[in-house]
Design a binder for this molecule. Structure first.
Ligand SMILES: Nc1ncnc2c1ncn2[C@@H]1O[C@H](COP(=O)(O)OP(=O)(O)OP(=O)(O)O)[C@@H](O)[C@H]1O
Ligand SMILES: CC(C)(CO)[C@@H](O)C(=O)[O-]
Ligand code: BAL
Length: 278
């Protein structure tokens, strides 16, 4: 096991990447790495190959947090993150300071996520997806990977990143990785660290609701939503929505996504599942 090269600046990153001529794959994270991130790292290694380069970025992006959100208290655990990256054979960790990534202060020009950016998560978190897409575009252009891997847990984010890359002709291949879950179905998330014992006990109701919804697919959209709603207990629901799998609204048949966001105490949890409508 070799320790990854840690790059804190653009120059250090360029130097670290200059060494490899083979395929590169990047996993972008906000740190506090868990087993879900590790699955992304393994998928990245599979894409890049043994002689390729796997890059993990660790950056808590202030641009995607709204006022009153948890930017300040977002978990930060750099030493443990580095150990996890070493364990997974990551080659390069890019962990810039805010001033390194945004040397001119808050960017005036941002990537516009379009109408989907104000729906679902975007309705609850105004400006969130402009902040996400802007930093993802920057990190893609800095790491210049062949592949970038993102989790399906953040399905709307993954969908918007795919659209950004297609709409702006960015030369990177975006790959989605299925959601990694605890034994009781709860999707792994750095924010699960915030949950009290009671909240942790209530949290799997999101996954139960999604499974019940997907199991009711044969009955059509109304049956899916009713089955899911019946299982959503002990949490405050922000939204439960069924959409076509590209998240564009429209007549619902064929491949669809059921998405949920709910609060357990003060902690917002999100999750989603594929639904195969008749
Ligand atoms: N349980 C999971 N399964 C698969 N991918 C995941 C999972 N959790 C996070 N990811 C993916 O890891 C990448 C980095 O996510 P991030 O660092 O925000 O972690 P997170 O656990 O989603 O944190 P948060 O609690 O902030 O949502 C994203 O592509 C995200 O979709
Ligand atoms: C993609 C990302 C690293 C951009 O800050 C973040 O939104 C996340 O961790 O999902
Ligand atoms: N995991 C998505 C990033 C965010 O919640 O800000």
């Amino acid at each position: 096991m070799t320790d990854p090269i840690v790059a804190r600046t653009r120059d250090e990153l360029t130097e670290a990447l200059a060494q490899g001529e083979n395929e590169t794959a990047v996993v972008m994270t906000m740190g506090a790495l868990h087993a879900g991130h590790r699955v992304l790292m393994r998928a990245a290694r599979e894409q890049a190959g043994d002689d390729g380069t796997v890059i993990v970025t660790i950056f808590v992006n202030p641009l995607q947090f709204g006022p009153g959100e948890d930017f300040d208290r977002y978990p930060r655990a750099f030493d443990a993150d580095l150990a996890a990256c070493a364990d997974e054979g990551v080659d390069v960790v890019f962990a810039p300071a805010t001033e390194e990534l945004y040397p001119y202060g808050e960017p005036l020009v941002r990537v516009d996520p379009g109408p989907l950016g104000t729906q679902l998560e975007g309705a609850v978190r105004p400006g969130h997806f402009a902040g996400v897409l802007t930093v993802v575009a920057k990190l893609l252009n800095l790491t210049v990977p062949h592949y970038a891997l993102f989790g399906e847990k953040d399905y709307q984010q993954l969908t918007l990143i795919r659209r950004m890359v297609a709409d702006l002709d960015l030369p990177y291949e975006i790959l989605g990785v299925p959601t990694v879950r605890e034994a009781d179905g709860l999707a792994l998330s750095s924010r699960n660290l915030y949950l009290s014992a009671d909240e942790r006990a209530a949290a799997p109701s999101l996954a139960r609701a999604l499974t019940a919804g997907a199991d009711a697919a044969a009955g059509g959209p109304d049956a899916v939503l009713a089955a899911a709603r019946a299982e959503l207990t002990g949490v405050d629901v922000d939204y439960l929505e069924l959409r076509g799998d590209d998240l564009a609204t429209g007549p619902l048949s064929g491949p669809a996504r059921l998405l949920v966001a709910a609060r357990a105490g003060a902690t917002r949890l999100i999750d989603n599942i594929a639904v195969d409508l008749p």
